[in-house]
Design a protein around this ligand. Structure first.
Ligand code: AGP
Length: 376
């Protein structure tokens, strides 16, 4: 066991730090630069006989639980943008509870690290009965979801042992960004955008290496937050998922109550919680939603909110209303907007890890949780 952890103390820590390598493996052999007809393109072998049907589907429905659901939520905007197909999201158990509408003309995409989650498997059974084209995105070759879907993509993140999913999350997002590129591959109008994303994917492991240098800074932040009761995380757009996933990481391992929220909903209730004591993380990296996040920060600042802002490098003055003394800032490298969730989640994974160790809890095996939830 010790050997598998290498130089690390815990599996979660190892899995967070090996993300530059796991992402490289996820992309290996799938991204092409150069070639005779297209300059830059994506090859997803497992989908080659089905990609046209996916393009023609009436709707793409993403289905998963926990972190896998959050990964699909992070990829949703780029799938919508590049495919032009409406995308809806389903938490597996809720779809089954409601017996929600799934049609023959739908593509249902099942996202699961283990490929064995009971709720997701039941939803798959239901989608197959309803005649949808079923695609699996898993990290486990030969798993039930990989076997029972019509086609799929393996995320190739390598074995994940920590109960808290970290490297599988970032690899899932990258696989779904590649899925978006593959579906939109025939549209001339978005070629420049697709090529920029492919360049961004090639450079992503380097950016992740850079953001991992925040480790010590996140440990210092964890020391400040060690005795807190609660933590809020606000995000929107591409980073709504980062807010949900960051809060999930903190609550499942450090056992601190934390909630991820859509920043656009802040005025509709959560604002009442804001005071000078409650720590609030705001994700405000540069993208189309940046100015809206600046205004959220101003509103929180006006109510004396205790702010921790995740921003793009060099943006401290743009995100801190009263200068850096008014809030704590975590600067991350800027990447292509749809890939930013991969970078932005890493400081929050590190925060969850350090909070847990400092609070003295079991980081790899949190109480009451299992790595693979095979019962309903
Ligand atoms: C992740 O940190 C959690 N342990 C949990 O939410 C997990 O993502 C969920 O149970 C789904 O598992 P799966 O990806 O193996 O289907």
């Amino acid at each position: 066991e010790q050997i598998n952890k290498g130089k690390y103390e815990h599996y979660m820590q190892k899995e967070i730090h090996e993300q530059p390598e796991s992402l490289t493996t996820t992309m290996r052999g799938r991204l092409k630069r150069g070639g005779s007809t297209k300059a830059k393109t994506v090859l997803l072998g497992g989908l080659k006989d089905h990609i046209k049907s996916i393009r023609r589907s009436r709707r793409i429905v993403f289905i998963g639980c926990g972190t896998s659901y959050n990964a699909a939520l992070a990829a949703r905007p780029i799938i919508e943008e590049l495919s032009g197909v409406p995308v809806t999201m389903e938490i597996a158990s809720d779809l089954v509870d409601r017996q929600g509408p799934i049609y023959r003309e739908d593509t249902a995409v099942f996202v699961s690290q283990s490929g064995e989650t009971a709720d997701t498997l039941l939803a798959l059974e239901y989608a197959l009965e309803n005649g949808a084209l079923c695609v699996g995105i898993t990290n486990t070759v030969g798993s039930a979801i990989a076997r029972n879907t019509h086609c799929g993509i393996h995320i190739n993140a390598g074995c994940e042992i920590g109960v808290a999913s970290t490297k599988a999350y970032t690899s899932q997002i990258v696989v779904m960004a590649m899925l978006a590129l593959a579906i939109g591959d025939d549209a001339i109008s978005s070629q420049a955008r697709r090529e920029a994303i492919i360049d961004g994917l090639f450079d992503l492991p380097n950016k992740v290496r850079e953001v991992l240098k925040l480790d010590q800074e996140m440990k210092e932040l964890a020391k400040l937050l060690i005795a807190e009761q609660s933590l809020l995380v606000f995000g929107r757009g591409y980073n709504f998922a980062t807010a949900l996933e960051g809060a999930l990481k903190v609550k499942e391992v450090s056992l601190m109550h934390s909630e991820g929220m859509l920043a656009g909903e802040m005025k509709h209730g959560p604002l009442a919680l804001v005071d000078e004591n409650l720590p609030i993380i705001v994700i405000a990296t540069r993208d189309a939603c940046f100015s809206k996040q600046q205004s959220v920060i101003q509103q929180l600042h006006a109510r004396k909110g205790r702010l921790i802002v995740v921003c793009s490098k060099g943006d401290v003055a743009a995100v801190c209303p009263g200068g850096s003394s008014s809030c704590r800032v975590i600067e991350v490298p800027q990447v292509e907007d749809c890939l930013q969730p991969v970078v932005n989640i890493i400081p929050l994974q590190l925060l969850a890890y350090h909070l847990t160790v400092l609070r003295g809890y079991n980081v790899d095996q949190p109480r009451n949780l299992a790595k693979s939830v095979t019962t309903q």
